[in-house]
Design a protein around this ligand. Structure first.
Ligand code: ADP
Ligand code: ZN
Length: 760
């Protein structure tokens, strides 16, 4: 219901949008997905919006409220985040409020009054509060123009963070049948997307999926040798800015924080074992930029909106690619360059696996497979941006000369000089190991797991090696003295090249392929020395395009800190670094020139313009500088943008044309396993698809029978019920179809036909 909006053609609407964006936020343009979401919102559509952290979800629901001068109700489970957003909105002159139980009665009464009077544009509330009778009655008197549900995946039991209280939000539709509802989330598989639409009872919702790549993040995977020194170097590259180190256990967080402090880095451990008061003090100090380094278990970070987190490190391998994306996503939310370092060791993979096994609620097969994906990611020699994008079903073409923002592309890979010799030795060793086992009943080659092969090659003297006689093969111990990581990476590269084949989890074994038997030339690469850059910011991606005066920028930061303290808001709410850097580049001499710097809306200019100009005057007094420098007007991070076509769409089209899984893998240049993953998502989205192009009907019936016997809960029991003879790919696809069928036929189709351009 957008009754207040005058009927206007789309052109004047988009002028309205831009005008509001400029005067209020000082931004020049919307990002492509934002534009589409805002337009859909203005015509009153329901929507499900999937956008990665930092993608710019908030503007999607804030802008429509201002453009149409109407009320958006934002439902969010994170109180700290609500407060930040309300502070930020008030700072740019927008009437915003959050209703929560921590407020004194008189303030609640004031907000209620303002709501009824139609003075509030954005109201933030928790899901629990929303569904109370009093709140619903109040909202009915307040002419709500739209609802925005943040963290909407919490409503789905299929998501990774189900909160039962979210379920009650189906009441919204009951009480406000005409009011558009938009659901926002940073992570959602197609099943979760569909579930969100069902649970919220959305009407013909439009689906928007943003780009998952984060071009301003530089990803590095490093070995754990000299870990502390590497951590300290990384932290020192970003003085005065935020760093989060994620560690596996409470004890780890404490020992790392202690080590850092001993080296003069002020760091705090943060974990669930601490007092709630201590935890909230740490969060607050971090947000207020009084504390810069936090070593935390994953409990830290949710709801922390500090925009200048410049570095996220993982002391231990994360549990899934989703977790990795989410945790690294907390870096560089302001769009400026930030770095992500993952310290990798195979020992940690085992540690995590053992911990998972202890959790009675866990499904070791499924979680093991997720962990395996991260391990493969860490050990791969392909561009990290590409690997991450592909994991989320989007293609990423690595620009010529590399992405410029990952260890593989930056530090380069050095071809191993004696790769032919090393490759042949590994292949021969695997053949010898196969010889120990003979063929299976079905005539397939049997083999050992990848890490077993590595142990044999390194000549480890272990019981499980002697037991199988593997210490007697001719190639036992030929790589004695080499690290496990190195040997494992060589073997894995042969798998990638198709010299060796690796079967599907849970017991993946390596065997030599037909072509591998004949091969005599091999390509093996190693990482170049990891260069530690001493510059304040990573050189590969300039913070802003212009050279800016660092001294002046520091003065701005000090001033910003004082303003933030006075107003009791975090500094990034006052100004983002990028904005102040640009001012330090331009050195404007007038309010008019200052106002043309991106990030200055009218209110900020009026409130802070004079202060900034005065600081500049003082700073330049007596110096030879040219004021009023031009700005290139380019976004802060501009590197060769790979053609990021909507690969998911492309995949869907390919599968819709019944292309085989192999053909799709080939067409998209992705691994077969990822193609099966994509097919699983396709079937989740289109559950009525006929599977025969990919899975022979007999095989489908076999998998169905097995799944009926052991249940649909997990993949592994189905795999086992089939005697381990069927790969996980077909099992997952058939299972997805069966789940969709059991959810009820004709589950809401949330993808709209006829509008493919906008749908993805
Ligand atoms: P999310 O909620 O999706 O994590 P936010 O809404 O917090 O992301 O936005 C992330 C950052 O991007 C914020 O600092 C915001 O100011 C900035 N931003 C969002 N949209 C734009 C835009 N169109 N132009 C410039 N900056 C933007
Ligand atoms: Zn790269």
């Amino acid at each position: 219901m957008i009754a207040e909006q005058p009927k206007s053609d789309s052109q004047s609407t988009s002028m309205n949008i831009l005008e509001t964006l400029r005067t209020v936020w000082g931004f020049d343009s919307l990002r492509p997905v934002q534009q589409e979401v805002v337009e859909a919102s203005l015509v009153g559509r329901d929507a499900v919006v999937v956008m990665p952290t930092g993608g710019g979800k908030s503007l999607c629901y804030q802008l429509p409220a201002l453009v149409t001068q109407s009320l958006t109700v934002v439902v969010s489970p994170l109180i700290a985040l609500m407060k930040d957003q309300v502070d930020a909105l008030r700072l740019v002159g927008v009437e915003a409020a959050a209703l929560n139980s921590s407020l004194p009665d008189f303030e609640i009464a004031e907000i209620e009054e303002a709501l009824r009077a139609g003075q509030i544009r954005l109201l933030y509330i928790s899901p629990e509060r929303l569904v109370t009778q009093g709140m619903i009655a109040l909202l009915k008197q307040s002419r709500v123009a739209r609802f925005a549900i943040d963290e909407a995946h919490c409503i789905s039991a299929w998501g990774h963070d189900f909160r039962p209280e979210y379920r009650q939000m189906s009441l919204i539709r009951e009480h406000f049948p005409e009011t558009p509802i938009m659901a926002f989330t940073a992570t959602a598989t197609p099943r979760v997307q569909r579930d969100i639409a069902i649970q919220l009872r959305l009407t013909k919702p439009k689906l928007f999926v943003g780009t998952f790549d984060r071009p301003n993040l530089t990803y590095r995977i490093q070995s754990k040798d000299d870990k502390l020194a590497k951590m300290i170097q990384a932290i020192r590259r970003h003085p005065g800015e935020g760093t989060i180190v994620y560690a596996l256990s409470r004890a780890d967080t404490e020992s790392i924080a202690e080590d850092l402090c001993a080296e003069g880095v002020q760091a705090q451990a943060y974990h669930a074992g601490l007092d709630a008061a201590v935890r909230s003090r740490i969060s607050e100090e971090f947000a207020q930029e009084k504390l810069h380094v936090v070593v935390a278990t994953i409990a830290f970070g949710m709801g922390i909106d500090r925009a200048n987190v410049r570095c996220v490190m993982h002391d231990c391998i994360p549990k899934s690619m989703e977790a990795y994306q989410q945790e690294t996503g907390r870096a560089g939310r302001d769009g400026l360059p930030a770095e992500c370092v993952l310290f990798f060791s195979l020992g940690d993979v085992e540690r995590v696996r053992r911990l998972m096994a202890l959790d009675p609620k866990s499904d070791p097969g499924h979680q093991g497979a997720l962990l395996e994906e991260v391990r493969n990611f860490a050990m791969a020699r392909s561009c990290r941006h590409k690997a991450l994008s592909e994991h989320f079903g989007q293609s990423y073409e690595v620009p010529e000369g590399g992405c410029g923002a990952c260890d593989v592309c930056l530090e380069g890979l050095i071809p191993l000089a004696n790769a032919d010799e090393v490759g042949a030795k590994i292949r021969d060793a695997v053949l010898e190991l196969q010889g120990l086992l003979g063929a299976s009943r079905s005539g397939e080659a049997r083999g050992f797991g990848l890490s077993y092969v590595a142990r044999v090659l390194r000549g480890e003297n272990k019981k499980e090696i002697r037991e199988r006689g593997a210490h007697e093969i001719p190639h036992y111990g030929i790589f004695k003295g080499q690290s496990t990581e190195r040997v494992t990476s060589w073997i894995r590269q042969l798998v990638d090249q198709g010299v060796l084949a690796q079967s599907m989890p849970p017991y993946p074994v390596v065997t030599v392929t037909e072509s591998g038997r004949e091969a005599s030339q091999f390509e093996i690469y190693e990482h170049g020395a990891i260069e530690t850059k001493s510059s304040r910011r990573s050189k590969s991606v300039p913070a802003i395009q212009e050279a800016y005066d660092e001294g002046l920028f520091e003065m701005f930061r000090e001033w910003r800190k004082r303003v933030a303290d006075d107003r009791g808001v975090p500094p990034y709410v006052v100004f983002h670094d990028a904005t102040l850097m640009r001012v330090a580049a331009v050195m404007p001499s007038s309010l008019a020139r200052l106002g043309s710097v991106p990030g200055f809306g009218e209110k900020r200019l009026a409130d802070f313009g004079d202060d900034l100009l005065r600081i500049i005057e003082e700073y330049v007094a007596g110096k030879e500088v040219t004021r009023d420098q031009p700005l290139h007007g380019a976004p802060p991070v501009e590197r060769p943008k790979p053609k990021s076509t909507s690969n998911q769409k492309q995949t869907q089209e390919l599968f819709a044309r019944s292309e085989s899984v192999e053909a799709v893998a080939e067409a998209l240049g992705i691994q077969l396993r990822s193609a099966w993953n994509n097919l699983e998502r396709f079937v989740e989205t289109y559950p009525s698809s006929d599977l025969s192009p990919w899975i022979a009907p007999e095989l489908e019936s076999r998998i169905r029978a097995a799944a009926q016997e052991v249940g649909l809960g997990y993949r592994k029991p189905i795999f086992e019920a089939l005697g381990g003879e069927v790969d996980y790919g077909p099992i997952s696809v058939v299972r997805a179809k069966m789940i969709a069928e059991s959810e009820g036929n004709g589950a809401t189709e949330i993808r709209e036909g006829g509008d493919p351009e906008h749908a993805m």
